[in-house]
Design a protein. Structure first.
Lengths: 434, 446
């Protein structure tokens, strides 16, 4: 049996599944039940400065994108950080940590960008016995208008500065939570590293408007006839998060910086994918908010089964395993030739592949009078569109053309050697192949 | 389907081998992976799910369906088998329409439940096809437990006890295990010798020995078992049948439905199994339906099931009644047999109409006669002889919530014990629960 125990920055937890800082972790009642349900750790709902807490809207906070049958695919929210007094949160955190010493409890923090504010609150929170800090430089709405959250996360200099203050204020690990609302994720990640961060976590939510009420002519969720952009999360954001995680993991400047992967983790597979791309653990919010705490049971059993099947015995063996295979486009092997293959026994003759290829791609699928669909090798560029639009799993696959065989489309023999764009004759700045 | 043999009387080979084979194919063929994923996608992962409460073994249905949805049917199977070691058989034979699927929120809301039974089969079949037995025994406790009967209740009890580290000896009267899974369940529900395969798979836990042709009350006694073992579990099912108490019940070709079904289940060549041209079945439960439908599938020309009360009182579910009608079986309600006709061999059965007045069933004067050359009695099974000293309750061995009988260190479960419906899944639940209480007792935890 694979060992799922996780050691992230020296913080131990029974498994790598943590609840992200959000409503699921906003109070003692939730967190206790989450630990009982099997979650390995929590990042407590973001704490703000002392004094009167923030207030939330009193109308709807969420909007959503649904698939057919109302499966929730993306969630959008305009909630702020915790709206409960700091003192109450700290007492609860201390109580929970005392009762669950083997589970991870991280404090998420967001206070105004002033040195004494951060240096005062960090030691105070540390008294709860928490295992570390997560600096919330990510929330894209509300708090950003007040110069916090993503307003900080979008300015690398601020990230570095605040991270340094916090590192000076505590010996506990400091994780910097990054906003995806930025063009190049490497800059804030590098800044966090330069400021001394022990890790980065990403992604926080993405600026979004999920839908517009066409009767009221206002975005949803609508508060008294007006709406504002919210933060997008859930299954829909996973691809964006995975890419950002991979970029940080493979970039020489940030490679090796521990990462806590967040964004759309819904099943064991999502978690395994984040970890393969370099995340040391994962954090989950929307899946728990959609299905309840129990959903972690599937993540645990699935990850464990998959690791057993693959012969991985510990989380460390999985983390970063796919990173060496993430590369730039220019290094992809242009001599690797594939062709689409339609399994006629599996084909249900819907013609979706035909429509896709004929109308929008390369006119590489033929259709007979009696609805037999076949790939024309002399036209197929191997784009994979037909594979993706076919409703039957595994019906259309890509076959690799062996070196030495003819590519009917180009009329050239497939070469055995790897060759990429950097050496391609059509590339004006090609470096001569050695 | 061309009739190849229209002879009157009870005769084999009424249909071609190919037709018989097609007739006895899997009632609900197994899902392939794509079908399973689509079916699993419909589950809402309900909180405190009603389906789970309705399952007598309380399988965590939302979790196992989610495990299928995420591509880990083996983990799903483990979730199922944790609660119900015969989850494979139950997936085939449970009347889901009156259990989990009846209360699925999507059945209630849309009249179309998540197909829990078929998903359960997909998961368990996937695991068993890999030959994996996902449980290991705890360290041996040195305790010996006797289990009487290798049916669902006995096997579930034995497996759980073995898993907890006890040594189990199962005493089985027949020369084959499985109980009604092997001898009773309709052939089209359990195809390809599944009952024996499941039994072999279950035995892989180790620590269980089955001794065949050892009947309690004959070669062994309860006193003897109590002396030789630390605990005894009784799971011998219902071995006696109710009688019609009519003249002519001894005529040739008047038989118990359960015997016909057992013969059918054990036949190596179904075309060699004789069946009547015109068959009448008396009863209104699962056994009546199974006998009628299987007689029809063997090639009987006319099959009529006659039940003495109204349709709403039938123990067979709506799904099973519909299945019978769909296979061409005629159902007649509110009629009770009054005469078995024929000179030596059966030729017809005469019925009187009935009516329920003030909750009492009354037989009316008007009668009708159905020509018949074979009559199956399916009017209920009952407890056979039981060892002295056991307290009975309503014709069954009285047990408490933990399946304990009145005798020291004797537990009972399944059809022979009081409480619960006479279903495979209930037998499994009771066998398992008895094992847990036996374990608690033997290890001093209670
Ligand atoms: C025709 C028919 C169809 C059915 N169809 C379904 C269905 O589709 N779905 C469903 O859920 N349920 C069905 N049932 C009910 C189900 O089969 C039973 O509820 C279930 O098998 C009960 O399990 P058990 O272990 O209590 O008893 P059994 O299955 O009856 O097993 C008892 C075992 O004990 C052995 N035994 C008996 N006496 C002794 C003795 N003195 N000493 C030693 N061993 C002994 C027997 O040989 C047998 O192996 C059906 C029943 C019948 C008769
Ligand atoms: C309602 C809601 C409130 C959130 N509040 C916070 C917060 O206070 N602090 C924070 O760092 N992230 C917050 N987040 C972001 C999540 O922690 C997480 O980064 C994001 O939802 C992506 O993960 P997911 O796809 O698993 O939901 C919030 C998300 C939601 C949906
Ligand atoms: S891979 Fe692309 S080009 Fe080739 S057949 Fe499919 S859709 Fe057409
Ligand atoms: S359908 Fe009912 S129980 Fe389900 S989420 Fe909506 S309100 Fe709650
Ligand atoms: S009641 Fe139906 S939808 Fe809900 S968990 Fe059970 S099977 Fe799924």
């Amino acid at each position: 049996m694979a060992d799922l125990t996780s050691n992230f920055l020296g913080i131990k937890s029974p498994n790598p599944f943590w609840l992200a800082s959000a409503p699921p972790t906003d109070k003692e009642y939730n967190v206790r039940r989450a630990f009982e349900a099997g979650w390995g750790g929590v990042v407590w709902k973001t704490l703000g400065a002392e004094g009167p807490p923030v207030v939330n809207v009193n109308g709807p906070r969420y909007g959503a994108i649904h698939g057919a049958d109302r499966r929730l695919l993306g969630l959008n929210n305009i909630e702020l950080i915790t709206d409960r007094p700091l003192e109450v949160n700290l007492e609860e955190m201390a109580r929970v940590k005392k009762d669950y010493p083997d589970h991870a409890l991280i404090a998420s923090v967001m206070v105004p960008c002033e040195e004494d504010e951060w240096k005062r609150i960090i030691p105070r929170i540390a008294e709860t016995g928490c295992d570390g800090f997560e600096l919330n430089f990510g929330c894209p709405h509300g708090m950003a208008e007040r110069g916090m959250g993503s307003a900080v996360g979008q300015v690398p200099e601020y990230i570095e500065m605040v991270t340094r203050w916090c590192k000076e204020a505590t010996d506990l690990p400091v994780i910097v939570k990054l906003t995806p609302n930025i063009t190049n994720i490497l800059l804030p990640a590098q800044a966090a590293k330069d400021g001394g961060a022990d890790a980065v976590s990403l992604i926080n939510t993405i600026n979004s408007i999920t839908n517009v009420n066409l009767d009221a002519m206002a975005p949803e969720p609508m508060i008294d006839g007006k709406g504002t952009h919210g933060g997008y999360c859930g299954p829909a954001v996973k691809p964006i998060a995975l890419n950002m995680v991979a970029e940080i993991a493979r970039n020489p400047g940030t490679h090796g910086l521990p990462i806590s992967g967040i964004g759309g983790v819904t099943t064991w597979r999502d978690a395994a994918e984040f970890m393969a791309l370099g995340a040391g653990n994962v954090q989950v919010c929307t899946a728990a908010m959609t299905y309840g705490f129990k959903v972690v049971q599937e993540m645990i059993s699935g990850l464990s089964q998959w690791m057993d099947e693959k012969g991985y015995t510990s989380i460390e063996e999985v983390v970063g395993r796919a990173v060496p295979n993430v590369t730039d486009w220019q290094y992809l092997n242009l001599n690797h030739v594939t062709k689409a293959r339609i399994d006629q026994d599996a084909c249900i003759q819907c013609g979706r592949c035909y429509a896709a290829c004929e109308d929008t791609s390369h006119q590489a699928i033929s259709m007979s009078e009696d609805r037999v669909f076949d790939v024309k090798d002399d036209e197929c560029v191997a784009c994979n569109l037909c594979v993706n639009v076919c409703p039957v799993d595994g019906c259309i696959t890509m076959e690799t053309i062996a070196p030495g065989a003819m590519d009917e489309r180009t009329g050239k023999v497939v070469e055995k050697e790897y060759a990429n764009w950097t050496t391609h004759p059509n590339n004006p700045s090609a470096t001569a192949a050695e | 389907m061309p009739q190849t043999n229209r002879e009157n009387g009870v005769s084999p080979g009424r249909l071609t081998p190919a037709d018989v084979q097609a007739n006895f194919a899997d009632l609900h063929p197994a899902y392939d992976e794509h079908e399973a994923l689509v079916a699993a996608d419909r589950c809402y992962f309900c909180h405190d799910a009603p389906c789970m409460t309705a399952c007598p073994t309380t399988i965590d249905i939302p979790l196992f369906i989610r495990q299928i949805a995420t591509g880990t049917p083996e983990a799903a199977a483990k979730t199922i088998l944790d609660q119900n070691i015969l989850g494979g058989m139950c997936a085939r034979v449970c009347p889901t329409e009156t259990l989990c699927e009846e209360v699925c929120v999507r059945e209630v809301a849309e009249g179309k439940p998540v197909e829990i039974g078929r998903l359960q089969r997909y998961a368990t079949d996937t695991l068993m096809a890999k030959g994996v037995h996902p449980f290991v025994r705890a360290a041996e406790t040195g305790k010996q437990v006797a289990v009487v009967g290798a049916g669902p209740s006995g096997l579930a009890c034995a497996h759980r006890l073995a898993m907890l580290g006890h040594n189990v000896v199962v005493f089985e009267a027949r020369s084959k295990g499985g109980g009604l899974n092997e001898f009773g369940i309709a052939a089209y529900k359990s195809t390809n010798d599944f009952a024996q395969k499941e039994l072999d798979w279950l035995m892989a836990i180790g620590g269980i020995e089955i001794r065949y042709q050892q009947a309690l009350g004959q070669s062994i006694t309860l006193d003897g078992l109590q002396d030789d073992f630390d605990a005894v579990f009784l799971g011998m099912g219902l071995t006696a049948v109710n009688a019609l108490r009519l003249d002519g019940e001894d005529k040739t070709n008047v038989t118990d439905a359960v015997d016909f079904i057992a013969d059918l289940r054990q036949a190596s060549d179904l075309t060699a199994l004789p069946v009547g041209r015109r068959v009448v079945v008396i009863g209104g439960g699962m056994t009546a339906i199974d006998a009628g439908v299987q007689a029809k599938l063997l090639g009987a020309e006319d099959v009529t099931i006659v039940y003495r009360r109204g349709q709403e009182a039938m123990a067979a579910s709506k799904f099973e009644q519909d299945l019978a009608r769909q296979k061409g079986v005629t159902l007649i309600c509110n009629a009770t047999p009054v005469g078995i006709e024929g000179n030596g061999s059966l030729t017809a059965v005469t019925f009187a109409y009935t009516e329920t007045r003030d909750g009492k069933l009354e037989t009316l004067d008007e009668t009708f006669t159905l020509p018949a050359d074979q009559l199956f009695k399916a009017i209920g099974q009952k407890l056979g002889d039981t060892p002295d000293g056991l307290t009975l309750d309503g014709g069954k061995i009285a047990v408490n919530d933990a399946q304990k009988t009145n005798l020291a260190n004797v537990w009972a479960g399944g059809d022979c014990a009081s409480g619960g419906d006479d279903l495979t899944v209930t037998a499994v639940a009771e066998g398992r629960d008895a094992a847990m209480d036996i374990h608690a007792t033997l290890t001093g935890a209670s």
